[in-house]
Write a protein that binds this ligand. Structure first.
Ligand SMILES: NC(=O)c1ccc[n+]([C@@H]2O[C@H](COP(=O)([O-])OP(=O)(O)OC[C@H]3O[C@@H](n4cnc5c(N)ncnc54)[C@H](OP(=O)(O)O)[C@@H]3O)[C@@H](O)[C@H]2O)c1
Length: 272
């Protein structure tokens, strides 16, 4: 009986240690350093941001749906003590609230709403519109950034830089000609998140928070590879590092003169 109890206790301790190893602890943030919180930081552009800010000495709260499987992010956290990995699905409002509560009173200089999905391509073709896929794309790409911005507004407002960046897309552009089969759900979600963030800019302006809309350009990531398969070889894309390095410059340069425009990775205004 006693040995069973001891074995169970050891197992519980091992699970706790593993949990601590693969998820974060708000108290690990170094005092006096700038802090960034990034959603979808396990791969692609989000991972690129995490790598960049970690190397620049920032505290990085890097969130991922499945931290246990996020090997590159875990190795980044192993390399930089200023990287804290947190589990977060941006469609889970309770999880967002719980994460915000754990970081209550901790200034967050920069929130990057990066997590996004393209959605199944066939399900967004005219003639085959699928309501479930539409809702999933909207939940991740629109409501996720809205809820994150709402939940972390106080921590951002209490920081030095006070910036919320949402990674949007030129797919959001409404003016100009529309192509057939042009990623309808994804495009709608990015246009919607642009409008949503303009609204949140209005909510947070009095607190001095800048709510920034930023497009990364075409970037070779899993999103693009999975969606376009063999056709990616014909696409003119940048590397994650090229896009992230440029966006970091744009983010750093945005100041109180920012008018809420949708900016590209070079800082140029993109039409609505
Ligand atoms: N790549 C481009 O050319 C391009 C162009 C314009 C805009 N963007 C935008 O850039 C952002 C990053 O895209 P990417 O190219 O880096 O794509 P990616 O490689 O597919 O990465 C997307 C990230 O979002 C995460 N994610 C998806 N659903 C989530 C959820 N419910 N909760 C939390 N995280 C979730 C993914 O996590 P899992 O690994 O768990 O799925 C992954 O970490 C997106 O907002 C995208 O729309 C990309």
């Amino acid at each position: 009986m006693r040995s069973t109890f001891t074995a169970l206790t050891r197992a519980a301790l091992a699970v706790t240690a593993l949990f601590i190893a693969i998820t974060g602890n708000a108290n690990e943030l170094a005092a006096g350093k700038d802090t960034v919180l990034i959603t979808g930081a396990n791969r692609g552009i989000g991972l690129g941001f995490a790598q960049h800010y970690a190397a620049a000495g920032w505290n990085v709260i890097a969130t991922a749906r499945s931290p246990g499987g996020a090997q590159e992010l875990q190795s980044l956290a192993g390399q930089y003590p200023n990287v804290v990995v947190e589990a977060l699905d941006v469609t889970d409002g309770n999880a967002i609230a719980a994460l915000s509560a754990r970081y209550q009173g901790k200034p967050i200089d920069l929130l990057i709403n990066n997590a996004g999905v393209l959605g199944d391509l066939e399900a967004q073709r005219f003639g085959d519109y699928d309501a479930d896929v539409f809702q999933q794309v909207m939940a991740v790409n629109v409501f996720g950034p809205m809820k994150m911005s709402e939940a972390f507004a106080d921590q951002v407002a209490a920081s030095k830089h006070r910036k919320i960046v949402t990674i949007t897309s030129s797919a959001a552009i409404i003016t100009g000609a529309s192509r057939p089969n042009a990623l309808q759900f994804y495009s709608i979600s990015k246009a919607a998140v642009n409008k949503a963030m303009r609204g949140i800019q209005g909510e947070l302006a009095a607190k001095g928070v800048l709510v920034i809309l930023l497009s990364p350009g075409g970037v070779m990531t899993d999103m693009v590879r999975e969606a376009f398969g063999d056709r990616v070889s014909q696409m003119n894309t940048q590397t994650v590092d090229q896009s992230v390095s440029a966006m970091v410059e744009v983010i750093a340069g945005v100041d109180s003169s920012y008018d809420g425009s949708h900016l590209d990775y070079k800082g140029n205004k993109i039409p609505w």
